[in-house]
Design a binder for this molecule. Structure first.
Ligand code: CTP
Length: 403
């Protein structure tokens, strides 16, 4: 169950060329389990049709014809009161101005006035319209009134101009929607640190020693913690993944940088989840210049890196250890025995034992096969499931550890 499952999202679409992108947003929200009702303004219908939205959401898409239809006397109140969130994307300068003034001349604006759920606005418009003092004053008014505003992006605009006015990307919009829906969740005000990705240990300015970690499991855990309302710091080694919206991201490269970041951030935090694949060994020295092949194959001397989890569990600098310290055990054999030993030797509260020999679990794939071991001796074997589902279960169990 994600933060979007069974949520009622009311999506207002206004007359911007970016209206076609709202169909993708409606589709992705529906796929994530949300119930999406759509209201199109008259000018939105110049770009897209109600049928487009009904087809991707399986729900009604309303227009101003409904404002004066059979349900007219209750429709706007019903839509406004039933929604968990009202999102207007794209939101034109005209609709912003109406909302700021409390004007109620269309089904969308009258519903916005009648609703009592959070309001998220994603402006999209051309050229200097966004920067215009009138638009900025309207945004300021709405912001002070509690509306959550997602700034448009800079870039190519439909007019051919370049400027700030592009509707934020769907993944970013969904990230903000999740953040708003989750903000009062059961981990609200809890500080959670998540590490992710495979560290890189430089050999010379060109080459690194690294591993196959994609970072997917760690990023999914960060997202699940955000969905539960936590304040998340994601300490990440290089990955190809998009940062989860709302996480404070610290980009690191080496095991030593990750150690420093974890020690700094975990003091005073509630939970630390070490999903990163940290290098156990690094080259003793990193060559200042590129190692050339003329010199023959180099002998590379390695040295051990610090064990980050052990350093956190046994810290004696007066700083408090997070209440829940969680690790992973990536094993190709003797899974539970090795995981249990790591749980004890690293002083953990929970460890996720991960069989990396299976082709459908571990590095780079979308699924994982995990057994959770707890410090009190409990054991919980999870079925093969997506890394997102693993993350949601782990965050739920960590929530219980925090009490
Ligand atoms: N870990 C760590 N610091 C390291 C290496 C690993 O904190 N220098 C963490 C990992 O993030 C993971 C857990 O320790 O949560 C176990 O990592 P794993 O690679 O499975 O085990 P290692 O401790 O490295 O032991 P081995 O390689 O011998 O299995």
């Amino acid at each position: 169950m994600s933060v979007l499952t069974n949520k009622r999202i009311l999506l207002g679409v206004t007359g911007s060329i970016a209206a076609y992108k709202a169909a993708d947003l409606a589709s992705k929200l529906t796929q994530a389990g949300a119930h999406v009702d759509v209201i199109l303004t008259d000018s939105a219908q110049k770009f897209v049709t109600p049928l487009t939205f009904q087809s991707v959401t399986g729900c009604r898409a309303y227009t101003d014809a409904d404002l004066w239809g059979d349900e007219a006397h209750v429709l706007h109140i019903g839509l406004g009161h039933n929604a968990d969130l009202l999102v207007i994307a794209p939101c034109t300068a005209n609709t912003l101005a109406k909302l700021a003034r409390g004007q109620a001349d269309s089904l969308l604006t009258v519903t916005a006035l009648a609703s009592n759920c959070p309001l998220l606005l994603a402006p999209a418009m051309d050229g200097g319209m966004y920067d215009h003092a009138a638009t900025q004053e309207n945004l300021d008014t709405l912001n002070k009134r509690g509306a959550y505003i997602i700034e448009p992006a800079e870039g190519h605009l439909a007019s051919g101009l370049t400027g700030k006015g592009r509707l934020a990307e769907t993944t970013e919009l969904i990230g903000h929607i999740r953040l708003l829906l989750g903000r009062d969740g059961w981990l609200a005000k809890r500080k959670v640190i998540v590490t992710a990705g495979g560290t890189q240990e430089p050999l010379d300015p060109v080459r690194v020693l690294t591993n196959h970690s994609s970072g997917k499991q760690g990023y999914a855990i960060a997202q699940a913690a955000l969905d539960a309302g936590a304040q998340v710091t994601l300490i990440t080694a290089p990955t190809a993944l998009i940062h989860p919206v709302g996480a404070r991201v610290m980009q690191v490269q080496t095991a030593r940088q990750m150690l420093d970041a974890v020690l700094q951030e975990s003091a005073g935090s509630d939970a630390l989840i070490m999903a990163a694949a940290v290098a156990d060994f690094r080259p003793k020295t990193s060559a200042k210049d590129k190692i050339k092949k003329e010199g023959g194959a180099p002998q590379i001397e390695l040295e051990a890196t610090d064990d980050i989890l052990k350093a956190v569990s046994s810290r004696n600098d007066g700083k408090t250890r997070p209440k829940a310290v969680v690790g992973f055990a990536a094993e190709s054999r003797d899974l539970l025995e090795n995981a249990s030993n790591k749980l004890k030797s690293k002083g953990l509260d929970m460890i996720a034992a991960n069989d990396i020999s299976a082709s459908d679990a571990g590095f780079a794939v979308e699924t994982n096969r995990i057994t959770l071991l707890f410090a009190d001796g409990r054991e919980e074997t999870l079925a093969l499931m997506s890394k997102t589902e693993v993350a949601e279960i782990m965050i739920e169990r960590i929530g219980k550890l925090l009490g």
